[in-house]
Design a protein around this ligand. Structure first.
Ligand code: KOT
Length: 837
């Protein structure tokens, strides 16, 4: 104990644990030290990867100092914290981000340059942390950046998957999946906390007992248990000493359990149990916006929520407060329904283990939790079959049935004699077998429910949660429009533009107050500024052209219009409609005379994105894109007027190259299907224009940047139902241009047309669920407007500047502040720089 140490020992510790200095000499020494000791390499025998490892370790030392200081000061002050529970954290690379956020990038640049390395090459050696599918996981990462930057006391909780989202390679035009071996080399961005280990039970039975006061108590006796081991990932804020934490859990066999079988001589069983335990955190489910319904996924969800809650409760108990104070110390945000079991687990801990009565416990639970909904797609709604659930979590099932019973009793009291209503609102769906509706459970167990863009938040109130709005009232259902972090998505990914903005605005304050970008609007009339602005865009396009050459083997001109659609491949996102319009463009060019061709705006159409491995139609879309690319790119009649590329293995670090280089990007989901979208924000922030439907956050982007700076087309959300009906029952014919395109595919213009028949079938009149035919004509027109606008480069450059200037709203700082003030009721706590660990 420190208190017992003599003064000289205390002083010695204080002296030696002073933070590292950050001058070039100290940093160079720390890098070389890591090369020669930690990595055991000779300083003269190094490649870029070794340099990366050493720089990463040196950066990590500085991160850990801040992390320690922050967590130490927060433990003492013990303010209310928010816990962000997410099955996905799509962090991407860490080194560049950590150096920029800690203000050390410049010094490290110089330090390693003198050691014979170039920072950009070294950065390229880092593998992405890809523990997420797409928008939902990347949103969690942006929110962690903003929470730390704004000094909010916040922890993320997730799973440490051995394999993140699969690697995509294109073989003969088809997607093939390869495992993501991201942990093959040591991961310097995590701190293993082997001392923090929690037992998690599964299966077994429930004992019912009368306690000494005659009260019925339930005691769950699990049949198996696994260990959860903590791995901590430091998240440094930008321009602050604060450094938050994401705690990721890894599953390990329980030693006790393992040894029982082993000692009984049943070695095979002991090894099998061990393997089954490790399986829980072995792989991220690769489905975006669909529910797989697999037992292992349910195990992941319980393993993660139980470990996290145990940790949160243990931390709360250290403060010796009353249980009723729990919601004043703890806010828990549920990132979609994936962590909804946390609601049930907290109720179980309070009632079964802490002996609170049901109602008091339930009040604590509902005051603690809030729930974010990210999708209205029916195939994404989580439901768990009751028999499977009962087998894994028998006590939790009882609690869910009780929560449902008490809830439906209250509904019945408010609205008597409405069986239909009770059926619709029940947490249990009466199917064969019965199903647990996780979204209903999440709504009932939370005090606030939010959607992720204005349109989406109002849609959920009239569709999936309508009955709940009638019952609870409007105030429980709110909007929190998504945002993105300008640190990664402008400052880091587009350093030249960031520098120009800082120079123009006279300071870099905009990086923490994005509304300041509006100061750029005054510069649209400044021809010299416009020239600089467009030169940076061109440099970014040159860089992307190099990546395309390297990954696709296709040469593209940086003077063409770069047209980008990068996101998960899904029918509702309509990459299919995009490639159909590209075929239309190809056919149009082919039919032109040389004179006509002279006025065509050259375009490079860039696709990227992964399809869920079991999503047949989505994978066919990838094949079609590659087949079209193969024909178009080698057609001398087209030349540079049209190029098509599919960039394989789209991920965060590839996005950092693509986003700053886009002239126009496509956000063209059927209205009402894309909850928000977040890449739309990143593109516009980087001065890229967008073409899109009135869907998700596009609606609010239009509001901010004005209709002159965005290309909107297609039907509106409220028209979708009628259009589908008309198509189905009044046989509205297919759009003629679309018909022409389909005929071209069927004639074999792009490989054997048989391959694409299942795709084409989705457009059959009456079956075109995503309304490609209904929107096709207006889509083609909007694309022509893009071409015409791009030809007027001066006007285009003004639009581009105004796009960036008006994106202030879409910083994740704004989103996070709203959550903190309107849902979590937490306040910033700024760590004091005391210079000691
Ligand atoms: C659903 C189930 C499993 C995995 C992911 C999902 C999911 C992802 N649901 N919604 N999303 C996306 O979330 C983003 C962040 O809010 C939105 O911008 C996007 O529109 C959603 O599709």
């Amino acid at each position: 104990e420190k208190a017992k140490w003599p003064k000289e020992t205390v002083d010695l510790w204080a002296k030696l644990s002073k933070k590292e200095a950050n001058d070039i000499d100290t940093i160079q020494r720390s890098i070389v030290h890591h090369v020669t000791t930690t990595l055991a390499r000779a300083a003269y025998n190094m490649d870029n990867f070794t340099a990366y490892q050493a720089v990463a370790l040196s950066t990590r030392d500085r991160l850990i100092s801040r992390w320690n200081e922050t967590q130490g000061q927060l433990s003492k002050a013990d303010p209310k914290r928010v816990y962000y529970l997410s099955l996905e954290f799509l962090l991407g690379r860490s080194m560049d981000n950590a150096l920029l956020n800690m203000g050390l990038k410049g010094t490290y640049d110089k330090s390693i340059e003198k050691l014979g390395f170039n920072m950009e090459d070294v950065i390229e050696s880092e593998v992405d942390a890809a523990l997420g599918n797409g928008g939902l996981g990347r949103l969690a990462a942006c929110y962690m950046d903003s929470l730390a930057t704004l000094d909010y006391p916040a922890w993320g909780y997730g799973l440490r998957y051995n394999y993140g989202i699969f690697q995509q390679r294109i073989v003969d035009g088809y997607q093939t999946e390869y495992p993501d071996y991201w942990l093959n080399f040591d991961n310097p961005w995590e701190l293993p906390r082997l001392d923090i280990s929690i037992q998690i039970g599964f299966g077994g039975h429930v004992q019912t007992i009368q306690d000494e006061y005659g009260v019925t108590r339930h005691n769950w006796v699990p049949a198996q248990s696994v260990q959860a081991i903590a791995y901590d990932v430091p998240i440094p804020g930008y321009d602050t000493e604060n450094c938050n934490n994401i705690r990721l859990w890894r599953s390990k066999p329980t030693r006790v359990f393992d040894l029982t079988s082993f000692n009984e001589g049943n070695y095979e069983k002991s090894v099998e149990d061990a393997t089954n335990a490790e399986k829980i955190t072995s792989v991220l489910y690769p489905n975006d916006n669909t529910m797989a319904g697999k037992e292992l996924r349910l195990k992941q969800q319980y393993f993660w929520t139980a470990a996290s809650l145990h940790d949160i409760v243990r931390r709360f108990k250290k403060s010796m407060r009353e249980w009723s104070d729990f919601p004043d110390q703890v806010a828990i945000q549920l990132n979609d329904t994936h962590p909804t079991l946390a609601i049930v687990e907290l109720q179980r801990l309070l009632v079964d283990e802490e002996m609170l009565n049901w109602d008091d416990a339930w009040e604590i639970v509902t005051k603690t939790f809030a729930f974010t909904n990210h999708t209205v797609l029916p195939e994404a709604m989580e439901k768990w079959s009751v028999p499977m659930f009962e087998y894994l979590l028998p006590r939790h099932l009882q609690i869910i049935f009780d929560i449902n019973l008490f809830f439906l009793q209250k509904v019945e009291k408010k609205v008597p004699n409405d069986r239909g209503l009770l059926n619709r609102m029940s947490i249990i769906e009466e199917a064969q077998p019965q199903q647990i509706r996780m979204a209903h459970l999440a709504v009932v167990g939370s005090h606030k429910v939010n959607g992720v863009a204005a349109l989406h938040s109002s849609l959920i109130k009239t569709t999936i949660f309508k009955d709940f709005v009638d019952y609870y009232g409007e105030e429980k259902f709110i909007n929190k429009t998504n945002g993105v972090t300008p640190r990664r998505w402008l400052h880091q990914s587009n350093p030249q533009l960031s520098a120009l903005i800082t120079e123009t605005l006279g300071s870099d304050k905009w990086l923490k107050d994005l509304s300041l970008l509006k100061g750029l609007a005054a510069k649209t009339g400044d021809a010299a500024f416009r020239k600089k602005w467009m030169a940076i865009k061109r440099a970014n396009k040159v860089r992307l052209a190099e990546l395309i050459k390297e990954r696709c083997g296709v040469e593209v001109s940086p003077d063409a219009l770069f047209d980008v659609q990068v996101k998960r491949i899904h029918e509702y996102k309509r990459q299919f409609m995009n490639i159909l319009s590209v075929i239309h463009r190809y056919r149009t060019i082919k039919s032109m005379t040389a004179a006509q061709k002279a006025s065509v705006q050259p375009r490079v159409v860039i696709f990227g994105g992964k399809a869920a491995p079991g999503y047949y139609i989505a994978k066919l879309v990838i094949k079609l894109i590659n087949s079209v690319a193969a024909v178009v790119n080698q057609d001398p009649a087209v030349g540079d007027l049209l190029k098509v590329v599919f960039i394989p293995d789209y991920n965060v670090s590839v996005a950092e190259v693509i986003v700053p280089a886009s002239d126009i990007s496509q956000h063209i989901s059927t209205a009402g299907t894309e909850a928000s979208g977040t890449s739309n924000m990143k593109f516009v922030l980087n001065g890229g224009l967008i073409i899109g439907t009135l869907d998700g956050a596009n609606v609010e982007i239009l509001e901010e940047i004005g209709e002159d700076n965005i290309f909107i087309f297609g039907c509106m959300a409220h028209e979708v139902e009628d259009l589908r009906h008309a198509q189905r029952y009044r046989g509205v014919p297919m759009d003629p241009a679309l018909q022409g395109v389909i005929s071209a595919i069927e004639k074999g213009t792009f490989e054997d047309p048989k391959i694409f028949q299942p795709l084409i079938s989705t457009l059959t009149v009456g079956k075109d669920f995503y309304l490609i035919s209904a929107d096709f004509a207006s889509y083609i027109t909007a694309n022509q407007q893009v071409d015409a606008a791009y030809k007027k480069q001066d006007e285009w450059s003004k639009k581009s500047i105004l796009c960036t200037a008006h994106m202030g709203k879409f910083s994740s700082d704004r989103s996070v502040k709203e959550y903190a003030e309107e849902i979590w009721n937490i306040k910033p706590y700024s760590v004091k720089d005391e210079g000691y660990m």
